[in-house]
Design a protein around this ligand. Sequence first.
Ligand code: ADP
Ligand code: MG
Length: 355
Amino acid sequence: SPSGPRKPIRRLDESAQNRIAAGEVVERPASAVKELAENSLDAGARRIEITLADGGRTLIRVADDGHGIPHDQLELALERHATSKTDGEDLLDIGSFGFRGEALPSIAAVSRFTLTSRAESAEEAWTLRCDAGRLGRPTPAALPRGTVAEARDLFHATPARLKFLRTDRAETQAAADMVRRLAMAAPQVGFVLRDATGAEGTEGRVLFRADPEPGSPQEARRARLARILGRAFEADALEIEAEREGLRLTGLAALPTHSRGAAVAQFLFVNGRPVRDKLLTGALRAAYSDVLHSGRHPAAALYLDCDPHLVDVNVHPAKTEVRFRAPGIARGLVVSALRHALAAAGHRSSATVGT
Ligand code: ADP
Ligand code: MG
């Protein structure tokens, strides 16, 4: 009991450390999908194929055509705080999605995990199994290129966590939402999401597909938003482009007539990362407060870009929360840019434009 005699301090073994960390990094199948697909993006993949079964409970597979992992580094990839993406010097100036070196060890600690990879210019592929944190040895495998990360029976080693999962349908939807957000962040990359529940020997049913968008980064992004949010949204949306004190805001925001009954169509990105940020969603709500009834939510896809030192993405292991150095400026930029766009479209008297 908490008031019993004092016990000596002991260091937890690595598998216990990984299971504890897994609680923060992989909350549900969608978070594993996010981490694995982000690794694919960091590896320069042009195509990412994601397969789920039973809401991700029995299978999550992410296959990419990225630069792969050299065979002598496979074991290191599953080690905690081992990363090829930073030397740890400047944790604010990070150009990749990953940098904590926590995702693979965490997922491997709570699933039956296999990592198969063929490094660029390598003659063969190798695979490494890890069952609930128990690491095997790398063995040769067949894979034309890239990396396949496969997590089976997620949380079988942590049954308490299993109980918190929602229905297969809800978990699949959450994963699909995550894939859509990443697809909006990386329009030049092709994504396929399949549901292979009960699909023995077949690839499964396509839930979402977006081929790589051609053209300039701006053209590609616009085409990707149209594909995901619908032509109707894209055709009527207000084009947002504004800048203030080193912060740059771009994207599309819907007319008030395209509002939704729930905040399901709000997509926010900070320095290329999909984020869920109260400050930014609050600013979005404030910008539309005069033109939307309460209970209605504006649809928008907004991209905020700034010097990496103006925003900290290392707030939470899932990296979906950010902290701005000057939150007032970020909020003010979003509110004023959207209000100006609404006013210009005749949805607000310009006399009330301001922050
Ligand atoms: P992080 O992404 O924070 O570095 P991870 O645990 O997600 O940590 O991955 C550990 C390392 O494994 C990465 O730094 C990268 O070198 C390698 N890796 C993981 N997934 C892939 C992939 N799909 N393609 C190439 N390398 C990968
Ligand atoms: Mg990662």
